[in-house]
Write a protein that binds this ligand. Sequence first.
Ligand code: PMP
Ligand code: GLU
Length: 397
Amino acid sequence: MSHQLSEKINKLVPSATLEMAAKARELRAAGKDIIGLSLGEPDFNTPDYVKDAAIQAVKDNYNAYTPVDGYVELKKAIITKFERDNQLRYEPSQIVVSTGAKQSLYNVAQVCLNPGDEVILPCPYWVSYSDIVKLSDGVPVEVPTTLENDFKMTPQQLREAITPKTKMLWYSSPCNPSGSIYSREELRALADVLQDHPQIVVVSDEIYEHINYGVTPHASMAQFSDMYDRTVTVNGVAKAFAMTGWRIGYLGGPSHIARACNKLQGQVTSGANCIAQRAVITALEESPDRIAYMVTEFKERRKLILDLLNGIPGFKCNEPEGAFYVFPNVSAYFGKTLKGKTIGNASDFAMFLLEAANVATVTGDAFGNGDCIRISYAASVKEIEEAISRIKAALTA
Ligand code: PMP
Ligand code: GLU
C-alpha cells in the first residue's frame, strides 16, 4: 500500500531512538527483562513546583487556544531566561514556543530551506537532524569528526564543507550523542569561517545547556554580535526539567525567521499545549539551581558508566562534558563472530546487545557515525551496573 503514501514519507526513516525504545517496550511486554539505555529521557520526576503550576493552571481554567507562538508570559520568561543564562537579548517577536524542541527544529528547516539547499551537520549529530532536513527538501552534508578531537568539527573542516549551496549549519552543544561541548573560543573560530559566507544560518541546539559537568562553560553562537542576526538558538525543558512528555520547546532568533515559524505553526498545530506552557513559565522563572540535583546525579552516573565501559576490551570512549550519553567506538568488534552472530557494523552490534544481553542501546549509524553506539545513562545506578555487566558477559563469554 506504500504507493498510496507520498514519496517523501516513504523515504523517511523512523527515528532510531524512538524505534529502539518501542522495541524494548515490546520485548518487555513479551516478558523479557530488558534494560533500556536507548532513549534520552531523564528517569527523574518533573519537579514538584512545576507540577504544582500545571495543576493550578487546570484549576484556573486555562483551556483555550493560546497565542500560536506562545503565551505572552511564557515568552517573557524565555526572554528573561535567555538574558540570565546566555546574555542574549530578544524581543517577543523573536521568540516562538513549540511542541518540543524537535518541532522548533522542524519549523526552522521548513521556513529556511529550498529544494537542494545544503545543511552542514557535524557528525555525530542528533538522530533527527538529517531526516528533518530531508523532509524539508534540504540536503544534509555530513562532516565526520574524530574521537581524538572529542567529536568536534574543526574550522578547517567547516571551510571545506561549504559550497555555494550551503544554507545552514546545525549542531548541538552539549552534543547528543557525544556529550561534547564547544567552548566559546571554538565557536568563535567556526564563526570566523562563516564571515565569508553571510548566507549561512546557524541552528544552535542548546537543549542540554544545563546538563554540563563543569569543564567547559556553556557558550552560544548568538552571543557573537556578528552572528546574532543569523543564528537561531533552540532550547526546551524536556531534558533539564525531566519534562520529555510535556512537549514544550522554543527558539530565539531573527524576527523574520520567528515570524515565519509562527505562520507555519498557525497552519499546523495552532500552538503548544496550554497547561504545559503555564507550567514551563514557572520552570524557567525559577533558578536553574533548583534542578542542579539532577545534574549532580548524572555526573556520578557518568563516572560510573565510563569506569565500567573502560573495563570492557574494545570499547573506546571520549569523556562527555555534558548531556547524558556515552558514545563508545566499538569497531574493534566488527568482523568478529559472537555467539554465532557475525558483527558487521554498529547496527549488528546494538542488535547483538539487545538479543544477547537484553540491553537496548542505539546504533551510531543513526547519528552519522557507524563505528559507535550510543548508550544513555539517564538510568538508575542499579540499571547501569547490571546493564554493563550483562554487556561485558555477553562479549567475553
Ligand atoms: N535536540 C536534541 C539534541 C535532543 O536530544 C532532543 C531530544 N529530546 C531534541 C532536540 C528534541 O527535544 P524535545 O523533546 O523538546 O522535542
Ligand atoms: N532526544 C531523545 C534521544 O535522543 C529522545 C528521542 C527522540 O526525541 O528521538 O533519545
